[in-house]
Design a protein around this ligand. Structure first.
Ligand SMILES: Cc1cc2nc3c(=O)[nH]c(=O)nc-3n(C[C@H](O)[C@H](O)[C@H](O)COP(=O)(O)OP(=O)(O)OC[C@H]3O[C@@H](n4cnc5c(N)ncnc54)[C@H](O)[C@@H]3O)c2cc1C
Length: 378
């Protein structure tokens, strides 16, 4: 089972925003995740037929501190309000803008709203950056990035950052797409590989039937392809991101070769899944804070459920058959922010909620356990 690690995947410390030397060169103030929450769209780029990149900056110039691979959480005015996380796809070495690259999901409210309505000049409320899925591709370690679909974004940020800062020392970036027309950042990655000898790129397409000019790997990504691309793959640290079945396939494939899974890191974009962790670690048990059971009432749906010792409000909601949006499940990403109408909770969050939101009675239900009977607006 995949679990999370507290420090970022590489063991680096998370950016704290309190390094006063950070903007010394420009004197542009830092983005303060506790106070600042509005991004303005500056540019929209069509990457493929169903993928767009949105470029944002703050209203007034601000420098964003983030590690490549981190994400931000966006509040989108659709169906009332939905909260969705998007990985910053741009380079951390270009700190004055935030780029996200979004695939349109058929029927999905958030991604369709962004594709249809987000345009230059429009503002959006965000929180973050968050996340622990990161590495320094300019370091000594040999790396292998494996991505599929929109899972390319964290690796793209890590690659762009490494190329901006110096050069990847030994990085192989494998990206799997459905067809050649679905390969995101194909031209840019090819150019970066041409300019940086430490970077190798390989694309695979599950089908290429309609693309007679495609001469690359075709079919589902498999161990034969990987061995041909990279005979030394077992010596590498692997970072993987893509749809859950793809990542499961990669995990099984690597494990079958005897790959040391301590060197495998993955990020899941899937709703409800755990994110940013190594594989094969011990699960972290929820802290047991009291021996009591409390009643949790969900005011929108009318469900009432008993919440046992140590059980989070999110687990109680799921038990009641409600499926609130959530992502990190550790109080970091802010996706599950909800209004506590009455009662008290113990909230052990990891920075995904601001003090002023707590003062307004909001809680992150993934990391909150009841201390009394409670009512939650869900
Ligand atoms: C940490 C994190 C980082 C993320 N980064 C990105 C990113 O860089 N780019 C990006 O496009 N998305 C990213 N996502 C996914 C994003 O948050 C949304 O889930 C996605 O845009 C779909 O939202 P929606 O409201 O349109 O559809 P939803 O209502 O969320 O989903 C509609 C349906 O589509 C499925 N679905 C959701 N996402 C996908 C997907 N990517 N591909 C196929 N099916 C899907 C859902 O399971 C559901 O059945 C990230 C998610 C997380 C948790």
């Amino acid at each position: 089972m995949m679990t999370q690690t507290n420090p970022p995947a590489t063991g680096q410390a998370a950016p704290s925003g309190d390094d006063e030397n950070f903007t010394e060169a420009t004197r542009i103030p830092l983005w303060d995740p506790e106070q600042d929450d509005v991004l303005v769209c500056r540019q929209v780029r069509q990457e493929t037929h169903d993928v767009k990149t949105f470029v944002f900056s703050a209203r007034e110039p601000r420098a964003f501190r983030f590690y490549p691979g981190q994400y931000m959480t966006f509040e989108l005015p659709v169906e009332g309000m939905v909260t969705r996380s998007y990985t910053i796809s741009g380079s951390a070495a270009r700190p004055y803008r935030i780029e996200i690259t979004v695939k349109r999901v058929p029927g999905g409210p958030g991604s369709n709203w962004l594709h249809d309505y987000m345009m230059p000049g429009k503002e959006v409320n965000v929180s973050g950056p968050f996340g622990e899925f990161t590495t320094d591709a300019t370091g000594e370690e040999k790396l292998l990035f494996i991505s599929a679909g929109s899972g390319i974004t964290p690796m793209m940020s890590m690659t762009r950052t490494a190329c901006d800062l110096s050069e990847p020392s030994d990085l192989c970036f494998v990206h799997a797409a459905r067809t050649p027309a679905d390969i995101i950042f194909r031209d840019e990655l090819s150019l970066l590989a041409a300019q940086n000898p430490g970077l190798r790129i390989a694309f695979t397409c599950s089908t290429a039937a309609a693309h007679h000019s495609w001469t690359g790997y075709t079919g589902r990504f498999n161990i034969q392809m990987l061995s041909l691309m990279l005979p030394d793959f077992k010596d590498r640290k692997v970072f993987c991101c893509g749809p859950a079945p793809f990542m499961e396939g990669v995990r099984n494939m690597l494990r079958d070769t005897g790959f040391d899974m301590e060197k495998y890191y993955e990020e899941s974009f899937d709703f409800g899944a755990e994110t940013a962790g190594t594989f094969d670690e011990d699960p972290v048990a929820a802290p047991e804070i009291s021996g009591q059971t409390f009643r949790v009432s969900f005011t929108k749906t009318g469900h009432v459920v008993e919440c046992g010792p140590g059980m989070t409000v999110l687990s109680a909601a799921r038990e009641a058959g409600i499926l609130p949006m959530s992502s990190c499940q550790r109080g970091i990403c802010g996706t599950c922010k909800s209004k506590l109408i009455s009662g008290e909770v113990d909230m052990q969050h990891g920075g995904g909620i601001r003090q002023r939101e707590i003062d307004q009675g909001k809680v992150l239900i993934c990391c909150s356990t009841p201390l009394s009977d409670i009512e939650v607006e869900l």
